[in-house]
Write a protein that binds this ligand. Sequence first.
Ligand code: SF4
Length: 344
Amino acid sequence: MRNLRDMTYDDLASEARRLEEKPYRAEQLFAWIYQRRAVDIDEMTDISKAFRARLKEEFFIGGGNVLEVRKAADGTRKFLTELEDGARIESVLIPETDRLTLCVSSQAGCALGCRFCMTGMAGFTRNLNLSELTNQVFSAIKILDEGEKLTNIVLMGMGEPLNNFDNVLKFTKILTAPRGFGFSHNKVTLSTAGLVPGIKKLGEESNINLAVSLNATTDEVRDRIMPINKKYPLSELIPALRSYPLKGKRHITIEYVVLKDVNDSIEDAKRLVRLLHGLPCKINLIPFNAFPGAAFKSPETERVLRIHDFLKEAGFVVIVRSSKGSEIQAACGQLKGWYEAKGA
Ligand code: SF4
């Protein structure tokens, strides 16, 4: 049996052809799966009983076994999903004044081993398939409070999305399809640790937003905290960002996790200004949220604010990201660790 939530529009069109159905069946099925969020093939009442019976011989709709949902006082919700093979992934709903963002995982674990990241420290299990990506959206919608609406999607959870390129690209197409989840392209953001060939390919094949986890201004520091920098150093990464196609008023988001005594000096801020000069970007400063066993410490607020002020004076749009939902282990990889530590 195959999961209909693993199907793109093109897959459904070829299934409709194979089953000798009219081409418009693909459109109907696509809308039932993603826009109308059917959980059972029999809900698809504008499709003949005979075709539904035929579909049920080969397909089902499902997945997304949520083990735990935690809600913080600030409204952040984190949920842990168990996949069919027992692997576990996390997703986070983040409310802000004018938006409600879902942070989606793209892999179970991550192979990149960034040293400030709990997921990276736990290693890589596997890529998520399409239904495991879409199910995070379905599960999030199910736990929304009355009157809430999901407005933004960021691929910024567990994993490096560009290392799961094909499934992630299919997922973003379903997110932005009018008869899919219907998000506008500028409400969907993919965050990468800096895989240069993947950034180029994404620019060619999609027009979603790009965020880059930069975190350092020299190769020496970046090599130390993000091993991927040895493969794609700043001299390759920054030009790839400059070449990323940006339409209209769009910009690249630069994520900068501030680590005490590692990248929190005013010299770092000066180098950041030089590195990013002329690049349409917005900088998010994220004070590191230390976790048990972490190799780094949280920075002093005063130093974070100094960097903030320096960047702002240099003309950048810069935001200090508050640590959302810290009491529910909302940082990357923490809920999974907590759940496993309590013996579940
Ligand atoms: S920060 Fe992202 S890319 Fe780096 S190890 Fe963690 S999940 Fe992987």
